[in-house]
Design a protein around this ligand. Structure first.
Ligand SMILES: [Fe+2]
Ligand SMILES: [Fe+2]
Length: 493
């Protein structure tokens, strides 16, 4: 007990330090808010957008007046990014909204802009962090084309894609009408998960038909998931337990996205870096689209020729991404290196450098974790705790040891969503990690010792262990969900 108590104390005191730091930061943020509020900044951005739009109508895009208005816009957008990572402008009826907030004054002041946006097929406009001056300039030029010309060239969204504008996303008129903005805000994380699956599905189709990829959609999905990770990492991690037997690669890609961003956000990476990591993670297996389905789902061992083809998917994926303007080179590298292994004994052979890029090492690790915990034609899913033990065993060989450590700290030895049998005989689902105690999470009890359903309640495994005087291995063991016929995800909300 003595040692245990000491450890606990230390944990508490380090938490207090963190608490003080947070208070300090919160105070800073509040001060900043009071002087210049978020909405104030949002108004500024819209004002500069309106001004730039007008200048682009009068002067050619390379004219100093246009250049100056781009600079102005970029400056106020940068300022705005101190609060948010994207600028969501919406049109409901004949009013501008910033998210769910009505911008009454702007709706009157910039009414001509609002009308024009609607007429040209824009019901909402989201500007993402990372926007380049070039993209804004091109957007304004497109927006200043005539209504008919835009329509005859396939619409604004298509024109944006063609001009490789990947940090600016438009919604159709009416997109915000049916769902009031407030409702839209509450879109559940699970809906976003399926939205992400839709997008990767769409991108795969595009690869299959040799079409240009909708990079802006990929970016948007990455940004969306990144926001969720920032809000509530453990809730999002629960989502990454979603799997699909039939549509493995799409679900797998979204899981790898979630896990990569969760792991990446434990490192000192800024928003832009996380976006690049996320895009690489989401698209890492795109090369598989070019591998015959019969090989991908083969249940027996692959022949040598099949295996050789299979091993080409990272290079093919990287080739596909290289041909897409707007994909960051480091995201491409993730696709190229994600099977190369930490010790460089994987494929393809990496030459000319002695380690993988950090983003590749992150994706490599979570890729294997997700693959191991999924049922495939050639394997049963391993339980999450089993997969974690394999990662630990392979640290320094297949995986970066430091990343393994951080990943285990984050996931725990029994990750969220693991089905477990407690020493009491009850069945539960790991519900949430306890910081600093990887072996003892909180568990939601779902069945009594006789297998009868019970009103779910949450127990602290550390307390249970103390009460029973049991060791780690004795207090709970993982169970395969298909053996019991429950879906752990149903109990995570
Ligand atoms: Fe892969
Ligand atoms: Fe993969």
């Amino acid at each position: 007990m003595g040692m245990h108590g000491r450890e606990r104390e230390e944990r508490v005191s380090s938490r207090t330090d963190q608490g003080a730091e947070w208070d300090e930061r919160k105070r800073e943020a509040l001060d900043y808010f009071r002087t210049r509020g978020l909405l104030e900044r949002a108004r500024e951005v819209l004002k500069d957008l309106n001004a730039a739009k007008k200048n682009f109508l009068i002067y050619p895009s390379h004219h100093e007046i246009c250049l100056e208005s781009i600079r102005r816009f970029m400056a106020s957008f940068q300022e705005f990014l101190r609060w948010r990572n994207e600028y969501p402008l919406r049109i409901v009826g004949e009013e501008f909204f910033f998210e769910e907030r009505l911008m009454a004054r702007e709706s009157v002041l910039y009414y001509p802009l609002l009308r024009e946006l609607l007429e040209k097929g824009v019901g909402g406009l989201t500007i993402l962090a990372g926007l380049e001056p070039r993209e804004l300039s091109e957007f304004l030029q497109i927006l200043n084309l005539g209504k008919e010309e835009i329509a005859s060239r396939g619409g604004l969204a298509k024109l944006l894609e063609e001009r490789e504008i990947s940090h600016l996303f438009i919604d159709e008129p009416g997109a915000w009408e049916e769902k009031p903005p407030r409702l839209r805000e509450m879109t559940s994380a699970r809906e976003e998960y399926f939205e992400a699956v839709d997008v990767i599905r769409e991108l795969s189709e595009q690869v299959m038909h040799d079409r240009r990829l909708s990079v802006s959609k990929a970016n948007r999905v990455v940004g969306m998931i990144l926001n969720r990770v920032g809000e509530n990492r453990s809730a999002v991690l629960g989502l990454a337990t979603l799997k699909s037997y039939d549509e493995y690669t799409s679900f797998h890609s979204v899981n790898v996205l979630i896990l990569s961003l969760a792991l990446g956000s434990m490192l000192p990476l800024d928003r832009n870096a996380l976006m690049i990591l996320g895009t690489g993670a989401l698209l890492h297996d795109l090369g598989k689209v070019t591998i015959p389905q019969s090989i991908l789902v083969k249940s027996g061992p692959l022949t040598e020729a099949e295996w050789k083809l299979m091993q080409e998917h990272p290079v093919r994926g990287a080739d596909i991404l290289l041909a897409q303007p707007g994909v960051h080179p480091l995201s491409v590298l993730v696709a190229y290196e994600h099977h190369a292994r930490y010790d460089l004994n994987g494929y393809p052979r990496i030459t000319g450098k002695d380690s993988l890029s950090l983003f590749s090492r992150i994706v490599e690790l979570v890729d294997v974790y997700d693959a191991m915990t999924t049922t495939r034609p050639y394997q049963d899913a391993r339980t999450p705790d089993h997969a974690i033990r394999i990662l630990v065993k392979e640290k320094g060989k297949a995986f970066d040891p430091l990343l393994v450590k951080i990943f285990v700290d984050m996931m725990g030895l029994y990750p969220v969503g693991t089905l477990v049998r407690l020493a009491t005989g009850e069945l539960g689902v790991v519900y949430e990690q306890v910081e600093g105690d990887a072996a003892c999470p909180r568990v939601k009890i779902i069945r009594d010792p006789d297998g009868r359903e019970v009103e779910p309640r949450i127990v602290d495994v550390a307390l249970l262990k103390e009460k029973l005087g049991a060791g780690n291995g004795e207090v709970m063991t993982s169970v395969k969900p298909d053996k019991i016929g429950v879906n752990p995800l149903d109990y995570l909300d």
